[in-house]
Design a protein around this ligand. Structure first.
Ligand SMILES: *Cc1c(COP(=O)(O)O)cnc(C)c1O
Length: 371
């Protein structure tokens, strides 16, 4: 927490707005919309709920196909299953680790030939790094398929001067406890289409028809954000810039100390884009370095240092067994390569330089033991 949260929480208590609506919710929505530069934002109970609402608003249903980045957290794709629709996974490319425009193009062309284009493409911005939007957006426009941008990990990042999360029909942010700013749990759905966001509010509050009695014609959800939590979000947004700076500095320090080690590579950053560096992610080439990502993870764990594997691609998950998957290039499975070699280093905004240097030393020590 940054320190200002209690002020907004107290406002909620003083005004007795302890509900999934109220002045903090309204203000937080406006502040996020202004910050990223969209017409409107709807505060919801989680990033997952925001993705689910976006799919509902696009009227995605059983039998429909939805394309989704494969290298991501399961929450990107679970809402496809909530709708009874069929996910199709798209590989990563090496420059951003995000959705491969080549794989996407092949997948779209093949679907067009068979007359079953997807109803949406969910593009994920991994660990704060934006996908190649100047290739992905025109492709989706060409086939008239709307984009849902899963920017759960990339609030505060930008691509060619435009805020991450504002490239699709819908953008999604998460304020889960692990994200760069948090409301403990929460999310935001953003769009320039205010008509659709009006409907999002309707669906997110149980889809009550405009009638004096309780009347319902469509399925609704209880997805709005609490006014207490929105108060936390307002104070967190005030320090987002500092958080991005802190995370980028952490990345730079790791890079400075470890980049010269042959076989260790850092997640790249595109020219003209700025990642919030939510997590510092590296790959370790076992053939060159002499140890695997898993052995490094375990040795750090022995020192009470918590590193994490890179997300396991969704096309490899038992949940999605048998799901269609498009490779970056034939014989080149980028997401599986990143999964088998990748590692996320401790990257919390409050990580002290002293602690980070201890982590770096442990990595170096481990290396010299093995070499
Ligand atoms: C965290 C996350 C989500 C889900 O957000 P919640 O607020 O936890 O529901 C979705 N997609 C990605 C890529 C995430 O990292």
């Amino acid at each position: 927490m940054s320190g200002n949260e209690m002020k907004y929480i107290r406002d909620a208590f003083d005004s007795n707005w302890i509900a999934p609506l109220g002045p903090n919710v309204d203000a937080f929505e406006r502040e996020i919309a202004n910050y990223v530069g969209v017409n409107e934002a709807v505060a919801v109970s989680s990033g997952t709920a925001a993705i689910h609402l976006a799919l509902s608003l696009l009227e995605i249903k059983k039998g429909d196909k939805v394309f989704c980045s494969t290298l991501t957290f399961v929450a990107s794709a679970n809402p496809i299953l909530y709708q009874g629709a069929e996910p199709v996974f798209i590989d990563s490319e090496p420059d951003t680790w995000n959705m491969s425009p080549q794989a996407l193009e092949r997948a779209l062309q093949e679907s067009a030939i068979h007359g079953n284009l997807p109803k949406a493409v969910i593009v994920v911005n991994l660990y704060g790094q934006s996908a190649k939007m100047d290739e992905i957006v025109p492709l989706c426009n060409q086939f008239d398929v709307p984009i849902i941008e899963d920017a759960a990990e990339s609030l505060g990042s930008s691509y060619k001067g435009k805020a991450s999360g504002t490239f699709g029909k819908f953008g999604v942010y998460s304020f889960n406890g692990n994200k760069i700013i948090t409301t403990s749990s929460g999310g935001m759905l953003v769009s320039d289409d205010q008509e659709l966001l009006k409907k999002a509010r309707f669906l997110a509050t149980q889809a009550k028809d405009p009638a004096p009695h309780y009347q319902h014609s469509t399925v609704g959800y209880n997805y709005r954000m609490s006014n207490v939590l929105a108060g936390i979000g307002r104070a967190q947004l005030e320090v987002l810039g500092e958080r991005v700076k802190a995370r980028r500095l952490i990345f730079e320090r790791y890079k400075q100390e470890l980049d010269s080690i042959p076989g260790i590579k850092f997640m790249p950053e595109l020219n003209n884009s700025q990642s919030n560096r939510w997590l510092t992610a590296i790959t370790i080439d076992e053939k060159i370095v002499g140890f695997s990502n898993h052995s490094l993870l375990n040795s750090l764990a022995d020192e009470n240092i918590e590193a994490r594997p890179v997300w396991k691609p969704l096309h490899m998950q038992p949940l999605f067994e048998g799901t269609k998957f498009y490779l970056h290039i034939e014989d080149m499975n980028i997401s599986e390569h990143l999964f088998h070699n990748g590692l996320c280093l401790p990257s919390g905004s409050n990580l002290k330089e002293f602690d980070q240097m201890r982590i770096i030393k442990c990595v170096k020590d481990f290396l010299s033991i093995k070499v």
